[in-house]
Ligand binder design. Structure first.
Ligand code: G16
Length: 543
């Protein structure tokens, strides 16, 4: 076995975004591109000698190749052990769970999340630290800085590890354990939720469709829902993970999970329809005839979490990302617990979770999770929904209606303008940012702006500051317009426009969302001019 010190040269574009380094596959296939980034992580991670590293990915094109290289590099860099999912598969929440459960030093997740896969799609690498969560900015900045001066990486010359069978292997003195990707995760879910109640629910004739989108959660959903909980065979569809996700875009939204949405709005709808994304951390929840926005889902889960054994003592607090609607804030107020508003990016929840200040958190981008791991968790959200439905013996539509009748409804929408020229998007944000100071006090019809700023967050635990996290225009009645640029795209820029207003319990709770927000959408165009600047008539995706 030979250890190699390979000479290399930096690539200028290895700055991690909202969720690790995400690029087109062809970019990752450049000479030493992957190796440079992994070595930069190892060089920035602290003392790694003798430690354990968890590795897995969502099965997309380039997954296994990347894992084989990473294993050889981990051996050369002194790790004692790598724990890797069979066939290189591990969902993002499962990696987080394994890091915590095995007391590992950290983990590498190979995924571009909800972005498309295949040779012309995207790939990504994310580094999670010992608490199971995404590396905080101070570490990702170190990784980037390192990647800009890197001159060499270390790798052992060894045969590829057989990832298709469970067992242990020796790679240049480092142990590689190939594990069942589902087993540990399923054990944790069984501890958190009332599996008996969910089994009874299915026995009573409850039906569901879980669209795994040919992504990583297929095997997890099949084992837990059909295998352990007795969901009818065939409840999980598109369950085989494929390198190109079957040619689809594994993003569980109303555009890319259109077939599921149409089924749920049809006369043949099962009781419950859900989908999760490429790496299994995002979720989409649809009841028969009713789409539940991610913001409402967070609020409803928080309000009812005590019905699951894992949260039977009640929750410590709730957190949401800034652009997420304030529906969860009303639940926190009702429960008498704290509510935190953090920037977009799961890493910002980690300190609050570690400090025990919150138990549940979530984002408008279809992510919900809790203190059980340090990532958002799609299947966890599905199981909590099932647990709540089983206990409350209500349909999704009844549960949502009762929630709004109790707390009021936050009408909410997100409009995405994708693949916009980067310069155009940056200029739009700069101009709006420059105009913000003059907006306070301005009126638009009956609406008056009470606050306009560029969101900045100071972490209450470590005092770190994250500035420029999205432009907010807030009206006196708490209606809001938010504009920010996506941190996860790989082609051009994506402009996100988020619009929200509150309707109290006694108001009209049954409006169509776009109609309910129509006047705010007009004001948003007047202030931000997205259509004017991009020359688009409509967004690519409306959620
Ligand atoms: C990632 C982060 C999420 C965040 C999302 C935002 O999601 O993990 O916490 O909400 O990005 O995306 P954008 O910057 O495009 O609005 P994922 O699922 O892509 O890892």
């Amino acid at each position: 076995m030979t250890f190699k010190d390979v000479e290399t040269q930096p690539y200028p574009d290895q700055k991690p975004g909202t969720s690790g380094l995400r690029k087109q596959v062809a970019v990752f296939q450049q000479l030493h591109y992957l190796e440079n980034f992994i070595q930069s992580i190892f060089d920035s991670a602290g003392e790694i000698s003798g430690k354990t590293l968890v590795m897995g990915g969502d099965g997309r094109y380039f997954n296994e190749e990347a894992i084989q290289q990473a294993i050889k590099m981990a051996a050369a860099n002194g790790f004692a052990k790598v724990v890797v999912g069979q066939n290189g598969l591990l969902s993002t929440p499962a990696v987080s769970q394994l890091i915590r459960h095995r007391g590992a030093f950290g983990g590498l997740i190979f995924s571009a999340s909800h972005n498309p896969g295949g040779p012309n799609g995207d790939f990504g690498v994310k580094y999670n630290i010992g608490n199971g969560g995404p590396a905080p900015e101070k570490i990702t900045e170190r990784v980037f800085a390192r990647s800009q001066v890197i001159e060499r990486f270390q790798i052992v010359q060894a045969p590829d590890v057989a990832l298709d069978a469970l067992g242990t292997h020796d790679v240049a003195g480092m142990v590689v354990e190939v594990i069942d990707p589902v087993a540990d995760y399923a054990d944790l879910m069984e501890k958190l939720f009332d599996f008996e109640a969910i089994r009874e629910l299915f026995k009573s004739g409850f039906t569901m469709r879980f669209d795994a989108m040919h992504a990583v959660n297929g095997p997890y959903a099949e084992k837990i829902l059909e295998g352990m909980l007795g969901a009818p065979a065939g409840s999980v569809v598109n369950k085989v993970p494929l390198p190109d996700f079957g040619g689809h875009h594994p993003d569980p939204n109303l555009v890319h999970a259109k077939a599921l949405f149409e089924l749920m709005m049809s006369g043949d709808a099962p009781d419950f329809g859900v989908a999760t994304d490429g790496d299994g951390d995002r979720n989409l929840i649809i009841g028969r005839g009713v789409f539940v926005t991610p913001s409402d889902s967070l609020a409803i889960l928080a309000a009812n979490a005590h019905l699951a054994p894992g949260y039977g003592q009640g929750i410590a607090g709730i957190a949401r990302s800034m652009p997420t609607s304030a529906a969860a804030d009303r639940v926190a107020e009702g429960l008498g617990v704290a509510c935190y508003e953090v920037p977009t990016g799961w890493k910002f929840f980690a300190n609050l979770l570690d400090a025990g200040k919150i138990s549940i958190c979530g984002e408008e981008s279809a992510g919900t999770g809790s203190d059980h791991v340090r990532e958002k968790d799609g299947l966890w959200a599905v199981l909590l929904w099932l647990n709540i439905l089983a206990k409350r013996k209500q349909s999704v539509a009844e549960l949502v209606a009762e929630h709004w009748a109790t707390y009021g409804r936050n009408y909410y929408t997100r409009h995405d303008y994708e693949d916009v020229e980067t310069e155009v998007a940056n200029r739009l944000v700069e101009v709006l940012r420059a105009n913000l100071p003059e907006l306070k006090g301005q009126s638009f019809g009956k609406r008056r702006i009470s606050q306009a700023d560029d969101f900045s967050y100071t972490d209450p635990e470590d005092g770190s500051v994250a500035a420029h996290q999205g432009l907010r225009i807030i009206f006196e009645d708490c209606a809001r317009i938010v504009v920010r640029l996506s941190g996860t795209g790989t082609v051009g820029a994506t402009i996100r426009l988020y619009v929200e207003r509150y309707e109290p319990p006694e108001g009209n709770l049954a409006m169509e969302t776009q109609e309910a927000l129509a006047d705010l959408l007009i004001i948003a165009e007047e202030l931000a001019g997205i259509k004017a600047a991009t020359g688009r008539n409509a967004p690519n995706v409306i959620t």
